[in-house]
Write a protein that binds this ligand. Structure first.
Ligand SMILES: [Zn+2]
Length: 240
């Protein structure tokens, strides 16, 4: 009796432990885009050329995106901008400027809602479709690049991305420019372990990035890296 009781409580604890560890595993898979757990994202590439790509998320934003574009133009560098649909509606001229100056436009959802990852497949499809349409109305091209808001992936998003025929684009170098406080930390995050084929995640909405982009570019170049446009780094077509 005692033995079976003991066995029962032990196996219950084991079960709870297994469920707990499994849940941790799922959460890790959801928040760590590089894990490629629920869907495959392109986070970097293998190359023997010392090349990397810069990507900017969450714009376009007034008084910030234009400053980023000025710096890129002065340095003759082309980047990829993962834009939020609702932001494009507010600043279509900034989207057009990105495109006209040779940058690539990617889809970063319509709302970038904090609970985006809790939406249904249909809702996610609508967000991707709506933003794809807005981009197309402005630049007359259909982007195939999509970056998940917050880098969070799950089965619903995997289906939405597949049905929209998108490449899911992650990153290998996270600047943490939405949270870091000092230029030194920002530079270390980006250039500390920089390697050929890296995709760098930045935000054209982050003031620290606006203020330090020239310095970041200089350090990257001084380390012997060439900054190339994302589609060229990956050798895939950005538009359908
Ligand atoms: Zn974002």
């Amino acid at each position: 009796m005692l033995v079976s009781k003991l066995f029962f409580s032990l196996s219950l604890w084991w079960m709870i432990l297994v469920v707990f560890v499994y849940s941790l595993f799922l959460v890790y898979g959801a928040i760590k885009i590089q894990a490629n757990f629920f869907m495959t994202s392109i986070n970097e590439t293998k190359t023997n050329k010392k090349q990397i790509a810069l990507t900017f998320d969450d714009g376009p934003l007034e008084n910030k995106t234009n400053l980023i574009l000025d710096i890129l133009k002065n340095n003759n560098i082309h980047a990829a901008f993962f834009c939020i649909g609702s932001q494009i509606e507010k600043h279509p001229s900034l989207l057009l400027r990105m495109h006209n100056e040779g940058h690539i436009i990617g889809n970063h959802s319509y709302s970038h809602h904090f609970f985006f990852d809790l939406k249904s497949v249909k809702e996610m499809q609508n967000e991707l479709m709506k933003t794809g349409d807005i981009i197309e109305q402005n630049i007359h091209k259909r982007t195939r690049f999509f970056r998940p808001p917050y880098g969070v992936t799950n089965p619903n998003l995997a289906r939405a991305v597949r049905s929209g025929n998108y490449y899911s684009i992650g990153w290998s170098r996270r600047s943490m420019d939405t949270v870091v406080k000092t230029e030194q930390k920002l530079l270390r995050n980006i250039t500390g372990k920089l390697k050929a084929g890296d995709i760098v995640l930045l935000h054209d909405t982050a003031i620290i990035t606006v203020q330090n982009l020239q310095g970041i570019i200089d350090v990257i170049k001084n380390k012997g890296f060439e900054i190339v446009r994302l589609d060229k780094l990956l050798n895939i077509e950005a538009y359908a």
